[in-house]
Write a protein that binds this ligand. Structure first.
Ligand SMILES: *Cc1c(COP(=O)(O)O)cnc(C)c1O
Length: 423
């Protein structure tokens, strides 16, 4: 375990050495009634607003005001190809080729679109592997596809459950279930970073194991995008989906991202839900009858997208592009490790961090199980200026994010937690 300097002086020192410390100034930090900044640890739920978002949206409002429909072509950032302005930065962030990535819709919608194409149960091959504590929306989506195919999810959905007395899955167990399901397996669909425990799954071996038995592999990267170095292309995954409002700081309900591996780019035999925005750009406005999909991820687009929301994704991606995911991860690991170090040094046996201590199996989140705690404890912490997240039974989820959280944020949070526990 890394050693960290002690006390608030230690936190001040670490902040002064932080190579990314200037980035905090690029965000609006929510303030309390007394004018103090909140200790904001909810970046895994809703990321903070980059200060450049307002001017980006203002630009589009101005162009709409002054140009009307001409803005599709003549806006400073023409609306017709607007999504393309996001593609390269998003592709760099998730480690994919630009042709494999598109920003569109929202996460669950994209998941449905991907399931239409990549969950094609046939004969014996019907089963889907998912985490037992998957985000509910993911499970609803998969179950509804089973229903659509006339399959009973009780029989065809395989849930991965952590061993008794543990909170996280073991990597080998996932691979074993894939192998034993064998030719009955149609799809592995995991959250690449579990929203509850913060556990990160190495997508490449999971994908390789799925492909080895003839199944597809797709990932929900809601808690991975903007947090982990995903290297989606190298994982070999068939598809991935994510949202942009968590670590990606693009605003409430903002657009999601979608990755489709290039091996599927030109496959016109794939069943897909179609819309005019997925049609060949050259002939889209001829309004022809025959659907001619754009090769790559763009071919799954349905509608012309909401530009105001894209303007905010654009502002956020500009920041990620300046930092780069490896510098971001470096600080994030150090900052998360600092929080873990402080918590492990508390003089209490009431706390258990359920997130893996192995840095390769986590990102910028610690899920802290407080034995015998009720929400009252959490409310007391909130009253002292901490914004975190509470999940029954007794788990406080905190996300020390690299772009805007300081070492002093982390220090003060753990100090408040400690003092509240002994009360
Ligand atoms: C946040 C989150 C979602 C939310 O889906 P939306 O369609 O964006 O509302 C879905 N899945 C996971 C794993 C999440 O963490």
């Amino acid at each position: 375990m890394t050693d960290y300097p002690k006390g608030i002086e230690g936190a001040v020192l670490l902040d002064s050495q932080d190579e990314l410390k200037a980035y905090r100034q690029k965000f609006h930090i929510p303030t309390r009634k007394n004018g103090d900044e909140f200790i904001y640890l909810c970046g895994n739920s809703l990321g903070l607003q980059p200060k450049t978002v307002a001017q980006n949206i203002e630009q589009e409002l101005e162009d709409w005001k002054n140009l009307g429909v001409e803005g599709h072509i003549q806006a400073k950032n023409p609306w017709l190809p607007y999504h393309e302005f996001l593609t390269e930065a998003m592709a760099r962030l998730v480690g994919a080729k630009p042709s494999e990535v598109v920003v569109m819709n929202t996460l669950t919608v994209n998941l449905h679109l991907m399931l239409v194409s990549f969950y094609r149960p046939e004969g014996n091959r019907t089963k889907v592997i998912i985490e037992s504590d998957a985000f509910p929306s993911d499970k609803y989506a998969v179950e509804s596809h089973m229903q659509m195919h006339g399959l009973d999810s009780a029989e065809h959905l395989i849930e991965l459950t952590p061993k008794k007395g543990t909170h996280c899955l073991e990597h080998q167990d996932i691979l074993d279930v894939i192998q034993t399901t064998g030719d009955e397996l149609a799809l592995v669909m995991l959250g690449n970073t579990n929203y509850y425990t913060g556990q990160y799954f190495d997508m490449k071996p999971i994908t390789t194991a799925a492909h080895a038995v003839g199944a597809k592999a797709g990932f929900d990267c809601a808690h991975g995008a903007g947090n982990q170095d995903l290297q989606l292309h190298d994982t070999g995954a068939d598809f991935a989906v994510w949202c942009s409002y968590k670590y990606l700081n693009s605003g409430p309900g903002s657009l999601g991202g979608c990755f489709v591996n290039e091996r599927h780019a030109d496959d016109s035999s794939l069943v897909r839900f179609k819309g005019w925005w997925g049609h060949n750009k050259k002939t889209r406005f001829l309004m022809r009858d025959d659907f001619d999909h754009i090769p790559g991820a763009e071919g799954w687009q349905l509608s012309n997208p909401p530009i105001l929301s894209m303007a905010s994704v654009k502002a956020s991606l500009e920041i990620f592009d300046q930092v780069g995911i490896s510098a971001l991860r470096k600080k994030a690991d150090h900052l998360t490790g600092y929080m873990e170090f402080l918590i492990n040094n508390l003089n209490t046996d009431k706390i258990e961090i359920i997130t893996p201590s192995d840095v390769k199996q986590r990102g910028s989140q610690l899920s802290i199980f407080v034995k015998g705690a009720s929400k009252t404890l959490f409310d007391k912490i909130t009253d002292q200026g901490v914004m975190a997240d509470w999940r029954e039974p007794g788990v406080i989820r905190v996300a020390p994010t690299a772009l805007y959280n300081s070492y002093q944020d982390v220090y003060r949070f753990v100090d408040i937690l400690d003092k509240t526990l002994i009360q």
